[in-house]
Design a protein. Structure first.
Lengths: 184, 184
DNA sequence: TCAAATATGTTTTGACTCGATACTATTAAA
DNA sequence: TTTAATAGTATCGAGTCAAAACATATTTGA
């Protein structure tokens, strides 16, 4: 059974990677670079660093550093030094980066395939994969990476939404993003 | 929605790849080489060629040829010339190849994660991913790769099970394997 | 019948990925 | 104030990958 699930996920991932390779051809972007760019477009301001990308992709920081350099050279991201901690550099997706992602991510044929499932099936698949991923992340002991508003540190106070870790106020857009400190 | 599904599959695949990398360390096997070996252990005698592996992994035949050379050098597979068509070479997994796969494929932590789902959830996930993969393969126009016994060419005659394409008799083990001619 | 087209597969080349290691700079801790 | 930890970059070598050229074997078709 886990055999079959393993096989299915591998094959879906192979197809995705293949389509991603084609979509990235126009800008000369490799699959892994597109994944990094996509992640940066979905994460919040606590999670837009080289190290966060490293944990998310499951690679080493040296490797990721190189991929990010490519994205910067192509003006798809820009670097912003952190105000308080000068070791940290924030990575922000530029407008042309957003434009590229809007066209290519998720790949068109994948979206078509998803649309051929019923709405109920789509929801069901999402829930189940989410459970599986959570289990897997727990077993491997990795950073969970979840959506801010579902996090146990997320506090809805009379003065607005707040993060219980940083004590900063969060906007309605903020809480939709992915955070590396996510915990349940 | 397809955004979320895309993201989930990518992340599961990243974790799998990472674990695969670790598991392959003992034999010096790269993730893609392990995937090829795993495929060869699950496919039938019509689908154990360089070209079939190429289609399955979605790479080019030159690339795959190199990965297979590594597997052969490590005595995890052997080559068998086809009797009828001398262009074709069949790739068979050796005993040590099978032993390696039994230990590492699917990765242990992934299996643990799957076991934390209920039996019903596991079945449900499998069915949904199977549907999604089928849709995706259809949209991309790729070879489907399905299990022999579910194929429209599979014929259950009084003289035994037969393939309607090759007209060869199939054993009970044969029909459990993956075939590149699979069609519904 | 026999040349042209097609199919299976290998080899080579160059761009890129990746982990490992060593390195710099900044911050935290003892 | 040393010492350790954190964030990140640079370099190296092994390996992936697509593309192209190549070698054989089979099929097609005039």
């Amino acid at each position: 059974m886990n055999d079959e699930l393993f096989n299915l996920i591998e094959r879906l991932a192979n197809l995705l990677r293949q389509e991603t390779r084609l979509e990235g051809l126009s800008l000369g972007l490799q699959p892994i670079q597109q994944e990094a760019l996509y992640y940066l477009s979905t994460c919040n301001r606590y999670s837009d660093t080289t190290l966060a990308v490293t944990e998310f992709l499951g690679l080493t920081k040296g490797t990721v550093s190189q991929s990010l350099k490519v994205l910067e050279n192509k003006s798809l991201i820009i670097r912003q030094k952190d105000e308080k901690d000068k070791r940290i550099t924030h990575l922000k997706v530029t407008n042309s980066g957003q434009a590229f992602l809007a066209k290519t991510c998720p790949p068109q044929k994948f979206s078509s395939a998803v649309k051929n499932l019923s709405t109920h099936e789509q929801d069901e698949t999402k829930d189940l994969l989410y459970k599986l991923l959570n289990n897997y992340q727990e077993v491997t002991g990795r950073t969970a990476f979840g959506v801010c508003k579902n996090c146990k540190f997320n506090q809805n106070t009379p003065e607005g939404i707040r993060c219980g870790l940083t004590f900063e106020t969060l906007s309605l857009d903020d809480v939709k993003l992915i955070c590396k400190e996510y915990s349940t």
